[in-house]
Design a binder for this molecule. Sequence first.
Ligand code: NDP
Length: 267
Amino acid sequence: MIGNPIGHTKSPMIHGSFAEATGQAIDYRAIEGSLKCFADEVHAFRKAGGRGMNVTAPFKLQAYALATERLERAELTGATNALKFDGDRIVADNFDGVGLTNDIQRNLGFPLKGARMLVIGAGGAVRGALLPFLAQQPTLVVLANRTETKAIDLAKQFAGQGHVQGCGYDELAGERFDIVINGTSASLKGELPPLPAETLRGAKLAYELAYGKGLTPFLRLAQHAGVPKLADGVGMLVEQAAEAFLWWRGVRPDTRGVIDRMTIPLV
Ligand code: NDP
């Protein structure tokens, strides 16, 4: 795993648990990268025998650029969170979106097919989630973002994949959704996106992409609006790790025990 800062990462623990459970021998470490030397750091890791690498902020775009091959999800998102090394080939994929989709559907039990979804934010994580979401055939995905043009542009880019619309927060008044996802980074600063509280009424699930923060301002708003199920992004984190592990090792680890160990009660 390469990122900066990287001290907080849970990935070595997650992959260590997967390796133990599946009988795989791995040496998974956190590397604190630098923007100037990112490519050299990746090449040094490969030369030392590294077979695959997770990539986190702020290197997801650089990893995309460094890859010699990009799988569809990486290509469409313009970012990668996982690399695989095979001789001279550097293959890029992006498992964030599939991890989120798996968590919502398999772990939390909310089918996306036929759902009306609101996704707030239009940054890298939301971009990565759109293709896996739309593949499940929701009735509608509305993207709302503080910088409205980003949401509109993103919706246009994915319009061929399903029913997706971009807008600003003001246009949400009076709309109702089954699933509301906070894909902004507002919670990392303890902030609340300017989401009209009424937009959450009637929703069945409120999902916060940030994890380990307990009841964030967004989840608190959802709780007050009476949303019956609240979740944070710990399941997404573990599910994307499981997809990467499968890609690298050919075996899909069970995620339930790891998610349970990492879950912080949302109180
Ligand atoms: P980006 O920096 O790419 O995008 C940030 C987004 O948040 C932008 O749309 C920005 O709007 C919006 N935003 C930031 N602050 C506010 C605010 N105060 N009010 C309203 N909107 C705001 O971030 P990422 O997409 O990489 O990450 C988004 C979230 O997803 C983070 O919380 C991150 O921790 C989480 N994440 C979780 C993962 C997991 O495995 N659980 C994996 C990856 C990310 P604007 O365009 O107007 O600036």
